[in-house]
Design a protein around this ligand. Structure first.
Ligand SMILES: Cc1cc2nc3c(=O)[nH]c(=O)nc-3n(C[C@H](O)[C@H](O)[C@H](O)COP(=O)(O)OP(=O)(O)OC[C@H]3O[C@@H](n4cnc5c(N)ncnc54)[C@H](O)[C@@H]3O)c2cc1C
Length: 398
């Protein structure tokens, strides 16, 4: 088989790259190891309203399940900060149906999606990507895009080590509950349950939630069961697991003839591990770069991909990574003290205003405004201590 662009993985980032290339009339084949696009689902399915606009996707009833306006953020002693906007902030979606929708769009644009096709190796000849090995056949192409997701197993098998850091286990379950605020998410910071990340409760309706956590420890499913029991007095249903990326972008996202897109490239918000929007936008950039290279007949132009996506999202991801590194240094005691100080100082309104003006995907501006606000800094100094505060400020001196 021969094509002009060959893409590994029919996740959102691979599909958006494929659609972008095919719309310009080039032959694109996407190879997906599963027999059905979008399944199995492990994602919590929360995507910002702005993110949908940026990706050029309408919240279709086929996958849109709910709309949320804000959240309640808890520390482990139950202290709570409530941040609620008066406009919709995020859509809750069924990820399987969402990916299927993107696949239908790609197919309408002319993309050939080959299901049940596991790529075993990206064959490099003298360092240049030259074909994909699938079963016993070879797929040749001008350009290759690896959008295989967080595991990066294919790259490793192909002899490429990206050195990606901060890839942890994520767990998710869905359950019926007696009643929950349908327009508010919950986030719980508790290092005993979700070390180096957090627990989420996402309402699908007033009586159904998606609950999950990320953790750098190995016993996340047990911890999630414990949390569900404590929070809802229920036993967990089936728990799905996947990998979350919190370590920021990998150092190199282009190799001769090959671009890395999405989770495998670390194009994921380190604060929340949300990778659909920024990964999807980078997928589009990979698609545009491919079109440029094919139009000019110069595959070396693929090199521009790395600087193109970093120019748009590199510093955003870097700032979020700094915040992630600070959060990872907080134990429960320190977090409880910070929450109490924020509540005592009446900072909920200030945080609400910051969030109202802020962007859920491009978080750098709101993070920088928060850590340069004298009232917030005062509360941090009081609760986290001067040493912790100078640590925080040193991280933001860039
Ligand atoms: C528990 C959990 C909750 C999450 N919640 C959210 C959230 O609420 N919002 C958000 O934005 N993000 C969330 N994420 C992250 C989000 O799922 C990813 O960032 C996103 O799916 C990345 O898209 P991708 O296209 O790079 O990879 P993926 O969506 O993982 O797609 C990769 C595809 O490649 C296929 N593949 C892999 N290897 C091969 C191979 N060798 N041959 C052929 N096919 C292959 C896989 O089967 C898969 O279909 C969550 C992740 C987890 C684990």
């Amino acid at each position: 088989m021969k094509t002009e662009a060959a893409i590994v993985g029919a996740g959102p980032t691979g599909l958006l790259a494929a659609e972008t290339i095919s719309k310009k009339g080039y032959n694109v084949a996407v190879f997906e190891e599963h027999k059905r696009v979008g399944y199995p689902v492990h994602c919590a399915g929360m995507i910002s309203v702005e993110g949908f606009k940026r990706l050029g996707v309408e919240p279709d009833p086929l996958f849109h399940q709910n709309t949320v306006y804000g959240g309640r953020v808890y520390s482990n002693d139950g202290s709570c900060l409530t941040i609620k906007d008066n406009k919709p902030r995020a859509y809750i979606i069924d990820r399987g149906s969402f990916d299927k929708h993107l696949a239908d769009r790609a197919v309408d644009a002319g993309v050939d999606i080959c299901l049940g096709s596991r790529v075993e190796e990206i064959v490099l000849k003298q360092g240049v990507a030259s074909s994909l090995k699938i079963d016993s056949s070879d797929v040749k192409s001008e350009v290759f895009i690896d959008a295989e997701g967080a595991k990066g197993r294919l790259l490793a098998r192909s002899g490429i080590d990206t050195g990606q850091q901060g890839v942890y286990n994520g767990f998710n379950t869905e359950l019926c509950v007696d009643s929950i605020e349908a327009d508010m998410v919950e986030v719980w910071f508790d290092t005993e349950i979700a070390k180096d990340f957090f627990v989420w409760v996402i309402p699908i309706s007033e009586n159904r939630v998606r609950c999950g956590l990320g953790t750098s420890e190995s016993n996340g499913a047990t911890k999630l069961k414990k949390f569900v029991k404590k929070r809802f007095n229920k036993d967990s249903n089936t728990i799905h697991s996947g990998l979350i990326c919190t370590g920021g972008p990998v150092n190199q996202t282009v190799y001769p003839g090959l671009m890395l897109v999405g989770d495998v490239a670390g194009q994921v918000k380190p604060t929340t591990a949300g990778g659909v929007v920024i990964g999807g936008l980078c997928g589009k950039i990979a698609g545009e770069t491919t079109v440029k290279a094919l139009e000019s007949g110069n595959v070396q132009l693929l090199d521009e991909y790395d600087s193109a996506w970093r120019a748009k999202y590199g510093s955003e991801l870097q700032t979020m990574l700094f915040l992630r590194s600070i959060l990872n240094r907080m134990d429960n005691d320190r977090m409880n003290r910070i929450f109490s100080a924020f509540i005592e100082e009446g900072l909920e309104d200030k945080f609400t205003r910051l969030v109202e003006d802020g962007d859920m995907d491009m978080q750098a501006d709101v993070i920088k405004r928060a850590v340069s606000d004298p009232v917030i800094l005062g509360a941090l100094a009081k609760s986290a201590g001067r040493i912790a505060l100078s640590e925080i400020l040193s991280v933001f001196r860039f």
